[in-house]
Design a protein around this ligand. Structure first.
Ligand SMILES: [Zn+2]
Length: 113
């Protein structure tokens, strides 16, 4: 068995152990949810890094809740699509009205009915 040649004094032992203390880790705030996170790492609570979704946190949840969230997302997407479609229809209507007016003016200038 290996054996120390001389007795290690308390002072020497304590001096060696003076560097063994644990330091508190530095924490940053998540930009999205505000929870403390390790810097330069994705937030494990909301799954975002630099305002982008990097981790799909719904995978951790049970399947029922996953389905609920997926349904909500599709509903929101559909709402957005409907809004865009409505706006496009409005634009088309206003443009067609403008064209009608222009043609009406032309016919008045030409003098035909
Ligand atoms: Zn977060």
């Amino acid at each position: 068995m290996p054996h120390p040649k001389k007795k290690l004094t308390k002072a020497a032992k304590n001096q060696r152990r003076s560097h063994h203390a644990l330091k508190a880790i530095n924490l940053a705030k998540c930009e999205n949810c505000g929870k403390p996170i390790k810097p330069h790492r994705a937030c494990l609570i909301c799954g975002q890094y630099k305002k982008r979704e990097v981790i799909d946190i719904t995978k951790k949840l049970p399947k029922k809740e996953q389905l609920k969230i997926a349904k909500k997302k599709t509903k929101e997407e559909n709402k957005g699509l409907k809004k865009v479609q409505k706006e496009a229809e409005k634009l088309k209507k206003t443009e067609s009205k403008k064209e009608d007016r222009k043609e009406g003016m032309k016919s008045v200038v030409r003098g035909d009915k």
